[in-house]
Design a binder for this molecule. Structure first.
Ligand code: UN1
Length: 513
């Protein structure tokens, strides 16, 4: 940890009591059991964290609900000013926070910085939005009536985030929720609690400087039981959860049972269709980054390549050659392309998936392996694998959070490829590589990709914050980040005003007394 400036990054981010247990948030409602955070980079203990007990949770929720009463009264553009200042602080802390993301989660340093850049971008977006929380006005069917709608703050937003984007996904939710006048309670993944503490410390500074209550943004650390408290809590009108489909189904049912709202961003099984007219060079770059970037641990990672038989050999040969160039190792060292998986459980799942693929009849084109020896002591580094498979294999239908790329062959027209692409339970991201306008437009049409994200001549991962992010089917249907995703963080009210001196009824109903 002394290498690559991690120690000074931790200090800059306010993570001091590494041995006693760093508090969860500066409001210190954290008296629960100690959680240890180990780095998948070198297997070292980074710091200990004091988790949130059930009693602490109650205090946090009281602080949040109380803070909401006044925060919702602050004009939206002034709330935007708070988010602007938060974006400024993120710019100042980009290097330290990016390093911590890389060290605690294991993604490459460039991707760690990229994640903080996504946070800065969403802050900028939210600042503009704070003056554009528009409703519509409608023409009333009654004389001397005016009708319009307005958006009001919703309340406490519960945010449950995953280890793979330990800071950005929270910020997509928090930046929008804050300009919308909501307060947030965030439960980060128990695999990346320090990233949560670092973000909380940065935002808490901004709140303090503006003499605002820290209840506006709260952090809770702990395991799924803490998540359960949050999802069952009727004081939380919206739960935004990112993670596995298994988790999402539990969250959705729990929140629905109390008729709360949920915003779900769950698993993907993302494919790139490679047509006979594809630009092969672009295809290889997009596919390799999509499959091995973040060690295959993005929701948007490329899992399947659906390649036309006429270009199959050319593409697979080029891919195998590209995989030979990959450097696997310490992600803080910028010469490496691929870092570790998050933990040894993930390594186990990677091994099991490869075994299952072989047992179903797959042919391995680039061997998977768990790396050992110098620099690989954490046991979390694996060799990205390429596997020739059939879409019908059970393992191809599942999302394995690891760098395993399945090559599938199609023949005939692009409709056949689209049918293969859509025949999985997930519906997050998709792409087509083609220079043929007809194929590209068909892919984006009503009979094309069934995913929330559909790209042309771009891979499946690396979306910008300006668009709505999310997907269909078992991906959960939620939309976060750009476009009009903000609407889910507010409650809509329809207002009709009669400025006449009679009371005409809608639908022409007569009711005379
Ligand atoms: C995720 O994996 O949960 O499009 C989010 C991307 C990133 C976000 C991924 N901007 O890959």
């Amino acid at each position: 940890a002394t290498q690559f400036g991690i120690q000074s990054a931790l200090i800059q981010l306010g993570i001091h009591d590494v041995n006693e247990g760093t508090s969860t948030g500066t409001n210190s409602f954290s008296t629960g059991a100690i959680l240890e955070s180990y780095s998948p980079v070198d297997g070292q203990l980074i710091a200990k964290v004091k988790t949130t007990s059930a009693a602490d949770y109650e205090k946090v929720m009281q602080a949040a609900t109380e803070a909401f009463q006044s925060f919702r009264l602050i004009p939206a553009p002034q709330r935007g000013e708070i988010v602007r200042q938060f974006g400024e602080k993120l710019r100042q802390n980009k290097e330290a926070l990016g390093k911590l993301v890389s060290y605690e989660m294991g993604k490459s340093l460039q991707e760690g910085y990229g994640e903080v850049q996504e946070m800065i971008d969403i802050c900028d977006f939210a600042v503009g939005l704070s003056r554009q929380l528009h409703g519509l006005t409608m023409h009333s069917e009654r004389p001397n009536h005016r009708m319009y709608e307005q958006y009001h703050s919703l309340g406490v937003v519960g945010i449950i985030s995953a280890f793979n984007f330990p800071v950005a996904v929270w910020s997509w939710n928090a930046a929008l929720a804050l300009v919308c006048g909501d307060v947030c309670v965030w439960k980060p993944s128990e695999k990346t609690p320090l990233c949560g503490i670092a973000c909380q410390n940065i935002l808490a500074q901004v709140l303090q400087e503006n003499k605002l209550s820290e209840g506006i943004s709260c952090l809770i650390n702990g395991d799924y039981k803490l998540g359960e408290l949050l999802t069952k809590d009727s004081r939380v009108p919206l739960i935004s959860a990112t993670g596995s489909t298994r988790m999402g189904k539990i969250v959705a049912q729990t929140v629905a049972a109390r008729l709360g709202k949920s915003l779900l961003e769950l698993g993907g099984n993302n494919a790139i269709i490679v047509t006979p007219d594809a630009d092969i060079k672009m295809t290889i770059i997009g596919a390799v980054f999509g499959a091995v970037g973040t060690a295959g641990q993005r929701c948007t990672s490329t899992r399947r390549l659906i390649i036309h038989e006429s270009v199959y050999d050319k593409v697979s040969t080029a891919l195998v050659a590209a995989y030979q160039q990959l450097r696997i190792g310490n992600p803080l060292d910028e010469k490496n392309h691929v870092g570790p998986l998050i933990d040894t459980d993930a390594v186990e799942k990677y091994n099991k998936a490869l075994e299952k693929a072989v047992s179903e009849g797959a042919k391995i084109l680039v061997n998977g392996a768990v790396l050992s020896g110098d620099g690989y002591e954490s046991g979390c580094y694996v060799q990205p694998a390429i596997v020739e498979a059939e879409n019908s294999f059970e393992i191809v239908q599942c999302e394995t959070f690891a760098p395993i790329l399945y090559l599938l062959k199609y023949s005939g027209t692009v409709e056949n490829a689209i049918a293969i692409q859509n025949s999985v339970t997930q519906g997050l991201s998709s792409a087509i590589m083609t220079t043929n306008l007809r194929e590209a437009e068909l892919f984006l049409s009503a009979s094309g990709s069934d995913c929330g994200i559909a790209n042309v001549n771009i891979g499946t991962s690396g979306a910008e914050i300006g668009g709505a992010f999310g997907g269909e089917k078992e991906t959960g249907g939620g939309r976060e980040s750009g476009s009009d995703s903000w609407k889910v963080y507010m409650r809509r009210q329809t207002n009709t005003i009669n400025y006449g001196s009679t009371l005409p009824l809608a639908q022409g109903i007569k009711f005379d007394l």
